[in-house]
Design a protein. Structure first.
Length: 260
């Protein structure tokens, strides 16, 4: 099975020795992974760039400000983000978006941060990585108003109508281990509805480990379980589905990855 993990976090607090998880990922058939860099706190954008540089050819970084941290970002942080997102090795802006489940930052500041990163993605000509929880209506409206047509709805957990609306904008739906859980019938129906050419598979490591690893720390190697579940829902051969998702991820992020 040829795989790309379309969204993972390998920060030092969760992966003090990321090389070990990367070796397990390669053994599981992964050709590549998108490592998401985020502002950890004001003045600190974490280790994603450093880890990616240590594993050239296998990791590609993004950079963003998570909606949880919207209230903490200073103008100096925004200047840093603009500089980082302009780097050629950084292939996307985000994850950015809206999280109205936890509401760790005021909703109006989340929206401002989201719009600002939409504009940054257009400025640097790169796709946008979107986080959305309990906010699909506003998320879709912001993306449409900001003229966004290219990116990843990361850890998509919406229903078929939400899927249709994001797909119509031009976005890809990135499916996490949540799809393997019980009582996710609406998400599973959305995955069945979406064309395979617009799907990605991800871990969101260290979060949301798929069954049979639910409850454990997630890592990129576990993306194979998600790919198998998506293949089952799509009525596809698992190898063919994994390869299609890998091609979709490669094309969306402009990766130089051999998938033969």
């Amino acid at each position: 099975m040829i795989l790309i993990d379309a969204h993972c976090h390998l920060e030092a607090k969760d992966f003090p020795q990321p090389a070990e998880a990367i070796e397990r990922a390669k053994a599981a058939g992964l050709r590549h992974a998108i490592i998401v860099g985020l502002m950890q706190k004001s003045g600190d954008f974490g280790v994603a760039l450093e880890v990616a540089k240590a594993h050239p050819g296998f990791l590609t970084p993004t950079m963003g400000i998570h909606p949880h941290d919207s209230a903490d970002a200073t103008e100096a942080d925004w200047a840093t983000l603009e500089r980082l997102c302009a780097l050629p090795e950084v292939k996307a802006v985000g994850e950015a978006g809206l999280d109205f489940y936890y509401d760790h930052s005021p909703r109006e500041l989340q929206e401002l941060s989201f719009r600002r990163q939409c504009q940054l993605a257009k400025q640097v000509g790169k796709p946008l990585v979107v986080h959305v929880r309990d906010a699909h209506e506003l998320c879709h409206r912001v993306l449409k108003e900001e003229g966004m047509t290219r990116g990843q709805i990361h850890c998509f957990t919406g229903d078929t109508e939400a899927a249709r609306r994001y797909l119509e904008l031009g976005f890809h739906l990135s499916i996490s281990g949540v799809v393997t859980y019980k009582k996710t019938e609406a998400l599973q129906a959305a995955v069945t509805f979406a064309p395979a050419e617009r799907l990605l598979v991800e871990t969101d490591a260290p979060f949301l480990a798929p069954i049979p690893n639910r409850g454990k720390k997630n890592e990129p190697s576990y993306v194979a379980h998600t790919a198998r579940k998506v293949a089952e829902l799509k009525g596809m051969d698992p190898d063919a589905l994994a390869l299609q998702c890998a091609k979709n991820t490669r094309d969306l992020f402009g990766l130089d990855v051999a998938l033969g």
